[in-house]
Ligand binder design. Structure first.
Ligand code: 26V
Length: 797
């Protein structure tokens, strides 16, 4: 690319003038960002084209990953790192008086996702490219990503996010590859040449235009593609009201939906799902057609992976293409489809399992509905043949039942692989949530424990720690994360442990500066940085954390001799705009923070910080500065978690329940290097099934609980009247369905132990090192290799 800084600078300056029409002295930082970004994209274009040509020419299998969300974050620096030019560029820019960090700040986060599921998709793209695997992403090019969060008077306020305001240097619009997507209208069936054929009449068509972004692998020649579809009006619409049509069309790719059960039944959301799926399948088939005369062997060359049920209409859409456009009969089309699609489940929360009312589905997607109906009928017929008369079983398993289309049922029936995202989660799917399906298709179910793009979450996010690791064990860990285990040999090396501590403290100082800048609060970097950053949901139990903070505060107030390790509690969390309860918790965190941070008795011993607008780029600054990682969901509820892995690889110690991937973290580091507490998943599920938990007993019998819970409603917070009654009620009146009070004592005990352990610096650093050394398992490279070998059957090119 550039063999020297000099070469870089010359190219950069020439390009700046050409592209911006300005001399260097007149140019702005944004000009510099745009110039650098477009330069990099152009540099990779040769490799990008070559990669696509290799794929076209190869007979090897390819995978397409369909996801309604991609939480990419910023791309500039990661691309520079992956291309191996970060240092050259940084020094070259410095010579010109330009700070690369500043340019990075100008780049908008591509926040096309809500949380875990979307970020996982982004990590997977990185690993696919880095492992030279033939895998591409398809998604929607939302004009507005996840809302921007402001905190006003302690409340969350949502503003529209504007990541495309200054354009997107990484994308290429490919108008010539556009496809048409039909909605509404009627289906006519006719006999033609002895065949029943279906014509979709009077449909309103929308044009889907792809915007391709290069996915650059780490020091590999491989450049994969993320294809994001933009919805645009078709040139000659049949619509009478053109303006209305234009507005409605463009709205399809306008906003990312927040994960919110209150959105249930929104036509626009179903439109988005079919838009993504139909555009992707049409484009995949068209590319395939360039090399193959028929789709007979499609499933042997192509795998289409659906990230949760949002893209599940890929199943009927592929059936439609095979039957209506390619002329296959039902059985042949079904064979091909079923062997092409694989599916990941990301949650067992029943309120998050998608189902669509027929009265919305059928008119919007008439042909697709017919196909789903036929799939359902044939499936129910099979069930009948296995157990004639067992209507209850048929009712439970049917794809269409009670006036709804159940998307997870369609996904299981129409795919060859169903996977969960951590061992416990997969077991819960098999033994409980999807038990009858597991009995029916045991061969489809498998586990793929999540992973993270550690080259972003460690190499990029934590340069000083990365440098220490490379100095100690060499650079091979940047290719194979398992090499991190070599760090174990420094467990008893006090000078190494001291360096680790020094780096952590530097990172904490950097975060303290951000905290001061954003909140005006000065925090003690000698304190434990105890961090809970994730979406706000009742099951994630930010409330347990807050009640414990209130309890610590109460102790400090009551007992001037009470001493514990100083703490800075840090939160970051967005609540879905319609999730009333979650928003109350945000207000509570901020109210508690206000009280504690301004109480002179507390001083340096404790601070509570809520960092607004939690997002990928902020996360990259938080993980390296954390001592404690809060992973305290009600056991059985968090499918995996991936934040837990990002903390771990940066040396934070986990305080967690035996839930999701926390269990696998414990297996790796050993019980003595993690702080676990609370009910197990079996215990929780037992209570749900058989009852026996009375939250009131815990409220009345544990003074610490009663004191903190009463403070929610007894005027303890000045100027707050009925604000927190819903929280009080959820705990006391509604029997605390997430077992916050039940786990309170165990959580308080383990927090005590954390405080004691922190005082012993040597022990803490040793534990921290052990965590880093075992975190290699959670590289998404490992996860993707498992998907490639055990599900997709794809090989590196
Ligand atoms: C959750 C909820 C909670 C109640 C309100 C409605 C609603 C809607 C959606 C969701 C979760 C969406 C799926 C998701 O993001 N799951 C996350 O996937 C991660 C990657 O596999 C995993 O690490 C997280 O544990 C899981 O929650």
């Amino acid at each position: 690319m550039f063999s020297s800084t000099l070469e870089f600078k010359n190219t950069f300056l020439k390009r700046l003038e050409m592209q911006c029409g300005k001399s260097f002295s007149e140019s702005s930082s944004r000009d510099h960002y745009q110039t650098l970004g477009s330069m990099i994209r152009e540099f990779v274009s040769n490799d990008w084209i070559a990669t696509n040509e290799r794929y076209l020419a190869s007979e090897g299998k390819q995978v397409y990953y369909l996801s309604i969300e991609y939480l990419l974050g910023k791309l500039l620096r990661q691309n520079l790192i992956n291309l191996g030019v970060e240092h050259t560029v940084q020094v070259g820019l410095q010579d010109l008086g330009i700070d690369l960090d500043e340019l990075e700040e100008l780049e908008a986060d591509a926040g096309l996702g809500n949380g875990g599921l979307g970020r996982l998709a982004a990590c997977f793209l990185d690993s696919l490219a880095s492992l030279n695997l033939p895998g591409h992403g398809h998604g929607i090019r939302y004009k507005h990503g996840l809302f921007e969060q402001k905190i006003v008077d302690g409340y969350q306020v949502e503003l529209p996010e504007q990541w495309l305001r200054s354009g997107n240097v990484w994308e290429i619009r490919k108008a010539d590859r556009a496809v048409k997507i039909p909605f509404w209208g009627k289906v006519e069936a006719k006999m033609e040449n002895d065949r029943l054929v279906f014509h979709h009449q009077n449909a309103e068509t929308v044009t889907a235009v792809p915007h391709d972004m290069p996915v650059i692998g780490f020091k590999s020649k491989n450049v994969n593609t993320l294809r994001l579809w933009n919805a645009e009006p078709s040139p000659f619409p049949i619509h009478k009201d053109i303006l209305k049509y234009k507005r409605e069309t463009e709205s399809i790719s306008e906003f990312l939906y927040p994960d919110d059960t209150h959105d249930e039944g929104k036509i626009l959301r179903l439109k988005q799902q079919y838009f993504l799926v139909s555009a992707s399948i049409q484009s995949i088939v068209r590319t395939y057609r360039k090399q193959h005369t028929s789709l007979e062997q499609f499933h042997k060359h192509i795998c289409i992976h659906i990230n949760d049920t949002h893209p599940v209409l890929a199943i009927p859409e592929l059936m439609r293409v095979l039957i209506d456009e390619e002329g296959y009969d039902w059985d042949k089309a079904w064979h091909i489809t079923k062997h092409t699609i694989s599916y990941t489940n990301h949650t067992t929360l029943s309120e998050a399992l998608e189902k669509w009312p027929i009265h919305i589905f059928r008119p919007l997607l008439p042909r697709i509905y017919m196909i789903v109906e036929e799939i359902n009928e044939r499936f129910c017929q099979e069930l009948w043949e296995q157990a004639p008369g067992d209507w209850q079983r048929i009712g439970e398993l049917a794809i269409i039942a009670d006036h709804y289309v159940k998307m997870a049922h369609l996904a299981i029936v129409g795919s060859f692989s169903v996977n969960g995202v951590a061992k416990l989660h997969t077991e819960i799917l098999k033994k409980r949530e999807m038990k009858p399906f597991y009995q029916l298709f045991p061969e489809k179910f498998n586990n793929k424990t999540n992973g993270i793009a550690y080259r972003r979450w460690l190499l990029k996010a934590n340069p000083p720690l990365s440098a220490l690791i490379t100095d100690s064990i060499g650079p091979s860990w940047t290719y194979s994360a398992e090499e991190l285990s070599q760090l174990l040999k420094y467990q008893n090396d006090s000078s190494f442990l001291e360096q680790l501590l020094k780096i952590k403290n530097e990172n904490k100082q950097r975060l303290a500066d951000i905290i001061l800048d954003k909140t005006g609060v000065v925090v003690n970097t000698g304190a434990i940085f105890d961090v809970q950053v994730k979406r706000l949901h009742a099951y994630k139990r930010q409330l347990l954390n807050v009640l414990h903070i209130m309890h610590l505060y109460n102790r400090m107030k009551e007992d001037s001799n009470f001493s514990t390790a100083p703490r800075v509690f840090i939160f970051g969390a967005k609540a879905s705009p319609g999730y009333y309860y979650a928003k109350k918790i945000i207000k509570l965190i901020n109210t508690v923070a206000e009280k504690i941070n301004n109480d002179p008795i507390v001083g340096d011993k404790m601070k509570v910080i809520f960092l607004e607008n939690y997002r990928v780029s902020l996360a990259e600054k938080i993980f390296p500065a954390s001592d404690i990682s809060e992973q305290i969901s009600t056991a059985s509820k968090e499918a995996s978690g991936t934040g837990n892995m990002k903390f771990m690889i940066n040396g934070a110690l986990t305080v967690g329940t035996l839930d999701g991937a926390n269990i696998e973290i414990r297996e790796l580091v050993g019980d003595e290097n993690i702080f676990t507490f609370g009910l197990t998943a079996d215990e929780v599920l037992h209570y749900y099934q058989h009852g026996g938990y009375q939250s009131r007993e815990y409220y009345h019998h544990d003074y610490r609980i009663k004191q903190a819970v009463d403070q929610l409603v007894n005027g303890f917070f000045p100027g707050v009247q009925n604000e927190f009654e819903p929280i009080f009620d959820s705990l006391v009146e509604e029997n605390d369905q997430y077992f916050v009070l039940k786990d309170f004592a165990a959580y308080t005990d383990i927090q005590g132990k954390i405080g004691e352990t922190f005082m012993n610096k040597n022990k803490w650093q040793k534990m921290s090192l052990t965590n880093i050394a075992h975190a290699g398992y959670f590289s998404s490279d490992r996860t993707i290799k498992e998907y490639a070998d055990e599900i997709w059957g794809i090989n590196p090119l």
